[in-house]
Ligand binder design. Structure first.
Ligand SMILES: Nc1nc2c(ncn2[C@@H]2O[C@H](COP(=O)(O)OP(=O)(O)OP(=O)(O)O)[C@@H](O)[C@H]2O)c(=O)[nH]1
Ligand SMILES: [Mg+2]
Length: 717
């Protein structure tokens, strides 16, 4: 393969709902680009893009596959991710290295939830969009409906380049209003001809709209347009390119990916209007804050957007050359870890087809093997070039469960396997929770975690199971309480003696230091001598006051008392959960001239705290999440009533681009398997996100239940 210059390269991502035909379109592009000689089919499990075992088994994509095609002396690098929200990691990674999102829309269904999710990502990434109306050969295909939907959701920039002449089972022709030509694939043979007389008016009208849209994005073109009332084809293309970069135009083209109708023309269009990597605003070096120009003459840098473990190859890394050139045998530094590495071999990849290349230039995408410790999101650069690119913005996990090895002896193997899976997919979060004594695994949905399970079963051969995850409850108090505790041990050996008097109360931000407490009619005068404030590792605070007067407890014992309190905070008295947001004032106590020591005061502090805690109106707190749900209007009622059963507090509702958006606060305990439930209520037409908000007290009846469960568990142990 030849080495392509930056301006011969076009990078894009295929986007769209699952089943819209991205992988089928990719296959047709590889065929048109002469990477393959025969087109495979998803049904026949022989496409280049869905080549992994799990994809072949499922009949749909899981991984974002990196592909390329050569056409018109240009190299198209494109990435084919899954359309399922569960594998959104692939989309996030792909968008970090490509300049355009190609939204593939199934002409039968119009805009679907996956299209919606992907367009939101595209918008957030500030990348241009193209619409490919696919499956026009389907019985129920409706181009007009797609345009109507798309205009409603994506706005007036949706601009027709091609429209079909005979959508439905007989589909084989469309009009291209940029070229003013008819494309006909009757009998599988392409024939290009003049626009037929009965289509002239419509074609002229759409061409005029296209010209106006193309001119709108560029002042120079605008002038020409006002001057001459029109643009040439090349001027139109220039306007489209500028429009794509600024998101000022969303061109629409027509294909049947399955029949390979329109795909060649689509690729030609892409090669002529898509910006090259040096045409778009350059990414920023997070160290210097300066933009890094995609320039082949600059010092080399590359961004790793995908790491994977491939059979027979081991670890492979996919990267984009951000500046300079990456050549075979080159020494590089991983600017994240500081490790030196060497590029042993370089490849241009189309799925599992790999072609060795000697060099990749700024803007190009490729693969290398045998890097020592490179991972997704890291920057490799020529020694001395300290550039670091921003990490990929992966979404927060929203489906959580606990996992354990069926045989305890496999626990370590399981952990290693999960670490490897995390390397390939950073949206799988695995964490052993000391607090819950469970390994918590979270991801984007049930399907996502089922794929993890599939790998454990089939690749790693580890029997593991998902179990109900525990909730990280917290405990706190709601009123002031006082306790004295005397720890005394005088039988046999050295004695122990320590007595502690303390007041505990709920802590709130900004409260003044205590001067006096009145508890059950009794007054306690407080004169603060020392104040210590701790942020607990699990959130919330502990404030510790020493207000001992007259030396009733030596200052040297104060840390031991604090230690005792901390121990008890780690294991709240109600359910054994962490305690938080408590203020403790130690105001009196007693010592013994011989028997007092640290351990005595630690125990006295701990027990006094426990006693006081019990009388301080203890409450269990639970994590609350901010949840956003987008639903089609017709399912709004069902989704709302389901949320109500989950103790949700609805904060607001609004319409957004054809979806109703519900924002609510929902306890984590009620979000178990929400993605599955939402999907079944809406037939997979809704989406949601969730983010930790705060801890809040659980309702009384639930607190009683939780305490009972804890007591029963304690008894069992
Ligand atoms: N009739 C017809 N079927 C198509 C066309 N394009 C794709 N299909 C079929 O639609 C189904 C889904 O196609 P895929 O290419 O796997 O869709 P995808 O967008 O990659 O789906 P995910 O990988 O799940 O996101 C397959 O059965 C394809 O054969 C088309 O143009 N016409
Ligand atoms: Mg696919």
């Amino acid at each position: 393969m030849k080495v392509y210059n930056t301006n011969q390269i076009k990078n894009f991502t295929l986007l769209g709902n699952t089943g819209s035909g991205k992988t089928t379109l990719a296959e047709a592009m590889l065929f048109e680009g002469k990477v393959i000689e025969r087109r495979g089919e998803v049904e026949n499990k022989n496409t280049v893009s869905d080549y992994s075992d799990i994809e072949r088994e499922n009949g749909s994509s899981v991984y974002a596959t990196v592909l390329y095609a050569e056409i018109n002396d240009k190299k198209l690098n494109f990435i084919d991710p899954s359309g399922s929200d569960d594998f959104i990691n692939g989309v996030a990674a792909a968008l970090s290295v490509t300049d355009i999102g190609v939204l593939v829309i199934n002409a039968q269904n119009g805009i679907e939830v996956g299209t919606e999710i992907h367009s939101r990502y595209l918008e957030k990434a500030k990348k241009g969009a193209v619409i490919v109306v696919n499956q026009l050969d389907h019985e129920k295909a409706s181009f007009d409906k797609v345009i109507e939907d798309a205009t409603e959701r994506l706005g007036k920039n949706v601009t027709i380049i091609q429209y079909p002449l005979n959508e439905g089972t007989s589909f084989d022709s469309f009009i291209d209003v940029l070229l003013m030509k008819k494309y006909c694939y009757a009998g599988g043979k392409l024939e290009i001809s003049e626009v037929p007389a009965d289509q002239k008016d419509r074609a002229e009208e759409l061409r005029a709209e296209l010209i106006e849209k193309a001119a709108e994005n560029d002042e120079g073109l605008m002038e020409i347009f006002f001057d001459k009332g029109s643009l040439t084809e090349d001027e139109m293309r220039r306007g489209i390119t500028v429009g794509l970069i600024q998101r000022g135009i969303i061109p629409v083209v027509c294909v049947s990916a399955k029949k390979n109708y329109g795909v060649g023309r689509m690729m030609e269009f892409f090669t002529r209007v898509f910006p090259s990597p040096n045409d778009v605003p350059p990414p920023v070096d997070t160290v210097s804050g300066n933009p890094v120009k995609c320039d082949a003459a600059s010092p080399a840098s590359a961004f790793i957007f995908k790491s994977a473990i491939e059979q027979h190859l081991g670890e492979v890394n996919y990267f984009k050359v951000m500046s300079g050139e990456i050549t075979e045998g080159m020494d590089v530094v991983n600017n994240k870890t500081g490790n030196k590495d060497r590029i042993s071999q370089l490849f241009a990849v189309a799925g599992k087809n790999r072609t060795k290349v000697p060099k990749l230039t700024a803007g190009d995408i490729g693969q290398t093997v045998k890097l020592k410790s490179a991972r997704t999101g890291q920057t490799l650069a020529a020694p001395g070039n300290n550039v670091v690119f921003a990490k990929i913005d992966f979404p927060e996990p929203k489906f959580r469960t606990a996992i354990k090895a069926v045989n305890e002896s496999d626990e370590e193997k399981l952990n290693e396997a999960l670490q490897r899976l995390y390397m390939e997919d950073p949206t799988i979060c695995v964490e052993y929770s000391k607090e819950l004594k469970q390994t918590i695994i979270s991801g984007q949905g049930e399907y996502h975690l089922n794929i993890v399970k599939w790998h454990l079963d089939n690749i790693f051969k580890i029997a593991a199971e998902y179990i109900t995850p525990k909730i990280p409850y917290r405990e706190t108090i709601t009123r002031i309480a006082q306790a004295d505790y005397r720890h005394k041990k005088q039988s046999g050996g050295a004695g122990q003696f320590g007595e502690v008097h303390m007041v505990i109360e709920p802590y709130a931000e900004g409260m003044p230091d205590p001067a006096m407490y009145k508890i059950n009619g009794k007054e306690f005068k407080i004169s603060v001598r020392d104040k210590e404030e701790y942020d607990m590792p699990w959130g919330g605070k502990l404030v510790y006051y020493n207000s001992i007067v007259g030396g009733s407890i030596d200052a040297r014992f104060m840390p031991a008392i604090l230690k005792g309190i901390m121990e008890k905070m780690e294991e709240g008295p109600l359910t054994g959960s962490y305690a938080r947001d408590i203020r403790v004032t130690v105001y009196d106590g007693k010592m013994h001239p011989v028997d007092s020591n640290e351990i005595s005061f630690r125990l006295a502090g701990r027990n006094a705290f426990r006693e006081a805690f019990k009388n301080a109106g203890p409450k269990i707190m639970e994590p609350i999440y901010n949840v956003e749900v987008w639903v089609p209007a017709d399912r709004m009622g069902d989704v709302m009533s389901d949320l109500q059963t989950r103790r949700a507090v609805v904060q607001g509702m609004s319409s957004e681009k054809g979806f109703e958006k519900i924002t609510a606060r929902v306890p984590l305990a009620e979000m178990n398997r929400y993605s599955t439930a939402l999907s079944s209520i809406t037939g997979g037409r809704a989406m949601y996100s969730m983010k930790f908000a705060e801890y809040a007290q659980v309702p009384g009846d639930i607190q009683t239940k939780l305490i009972e469960v804890f007591a029963a568990e304690e008894k069992d142990e």
